[in-house]
Design a binder for this molecule. Structure first.
Ligand SMILES: Nc1ncnc2c1ncn2[C@@H]1O[C@H](COP(=O)(O)OP(=O)(O)OP(=O)(O)O)[C@@H](O)[C@H]1O
Ligand SMILES: [Mg+2]
Length: 228
């Protein structure tokens, strides 16, 4: 049984140069995600949550500082090495599901395995869709699903490669409060059952209070870290 990825963030900075000015978005941020932990990330718009998630997901590189995954740094890794690490270990869920409209729920869930050139495992994809409560919607296209159902397909798709780290950026930002609660609880339960490390950015304070760990960001820094 895999225990999820251990993530250590050390003195992480990310700045952007715009014309004459340098904008510091992350300012020497340090934190950690214990293996198998479920953490919520909150903070006002512009605080740097998405920037941090992109860096954690190896979609972007820090200006300074580093991230250790199970003690290993990707500093100096090539883009290709970063992509290989990302595809094998990290799952993403975004505010908008980004499902492919021409494909069914089942096909969308299988898509990452096709892209990775892995042998297709349709029974695993069906089981995952069952776990998110969509066993009766396998052949539906995204336009034939509700918003909550679409987001649950995106959850199943994020899990098909068995990621050790799941990063979700406002996964319920587009859903009503009831459906938000459903999708969030699903993520939390799956993270527990599959012992994967999970970080969820959200503006929803009700959901934030339901997590074991809560990181709050403001202006590029972690301003509080609570464990309940
Ligand atoms: N490519 C870029 N160039 C310049 N500034 C950027 C760039 N990307 C992000 N920023 C700035 O970085 C800051 C943090 O953005 P980020 O998207 O991480 O915030 P956030 O906490 O996710 O906000 P929200 O809750 O609105 O999603 C913002 O002020 C944004 O304008
Ligand atoms: Mg954001």
């Amino acid at each position: 049984m895999m225990g999820g990825l251990s993530v250590l963030v050390k003195n992480l900075s990310r700045s952007y140069r715009r014309a004459e000015r340098t904008i510091e978005v992350l300012r020497g941020l340090s934190t950690s995600l214990p293996p198998g932990s479920f953490t919520v990330l909150t903070g006002p718009s512009g605080a740097g949550k998405s920037t941090l998630l992109h860096l954690l997901g190896t979609l972007d590189r820090p200006t300074q500082g580093e991230i250790l995954y199970d003690g290993r740094s990707l500093q100096g890794a090539s883009d290709r090495e970063m992509a290989a690490f990302r595809n094998a270990r990290i799952g993403f869920i975004f505010q908008f599901h980004h499902l492919l409209p021409e494909f069914t729920a089942l096909e969308n869930v299988l898509m990452p395995t096709w892209i990775a050139g892995r042998e297709e495992d349709a029974s695993r994809a069906r089981r995952l869709l069952g776990e998110v409560g969509l066993e009766h919607r396998l052949g539906h296209k995204p336009s034939e699903l509700s918003g909550g159902e679409q987001q649950r397909v995106a959850v199943a798709r994020a899990l098909i490669m068995q990621p050790a780290l799941l990063l979700a950026d406002e996964p319920t930002g587009n859903l009503d409060s009831h459906t938000s609660l459903e999708v969030f609880t699903l993520l939390r339960d799956l993270s527990e059952r599959q012992a994967m490390t999970c970080l969820v950015a959200t503006h929803n304070e009700v959901l934030a209070r339901m997590a074991h760990r809560h990181l709050a960001m403001d202006d590029g820094e972690i301003v509080s870290e609570t464990v309940s």
